[in-house]
Write a protein that binds this ligand. Structure first.
Ligand SMILES: [Zn+2]
Length: 126
């Protein structure tokens, strides 16, 4: 049985304030976030997703309904306390994992060069 990882990239744009930050991040500003969602599992052997871990269309539907629609064009502090990349990615994982069997990794890009990565078993999730 083959176990494969698939990954799809999503984007949302949000404002935030980091109230504890000593520098400019304590001022209201925004980011064009990118979210990479990785799912792993065996290839399905029957039905319309035969040969797939999960249909990319189904993955998109779940991530959009659960995450993107909730965060895009919002002020993140209204939803997530102290919304650092680390706190945002934990919030995303807790919402997404119950809806997405095989969730293997999340990567949240706050800028083109700065990201947070979360995998199952991270102490932040317990
Ligand atoms: Zn920021």
């Amino acid at each position: 049985m083959h176990v494969v990882q698939i990954r799809k990239q999503f984007a949302f744009e949000s404002a935030h304030v980091l109230p504890f930050h000593a520098g400019k991040c304590s001022r209201l500003h925004g980011h064009s976030y990118r979210l990479d969602v990785t799912v792993e599992g065996p290839l399905q052997t029957e039905g319309p997703a035969t040969g797939m871990v999960i249909d990319f269309d189904e993955l998109s539907r779940v991530v959009r309904a659960t995450i993107i629609d909730k965060l895009d064009h919002t002020h993140l502090n209204d939803t997530i306390e102290n919304p650092t990349s680390e706190n945002i990615i934990v919030w995303i994982w807790r919402r997404l994992a119950p809806q997405l069997p095989g969730l293997a990794e999340l990567t949240l890009w706050e800028t083109a060069t700065a990201c947070a990565v979360l995998r199952p078993g991270d102490p932040l999730l317990s």
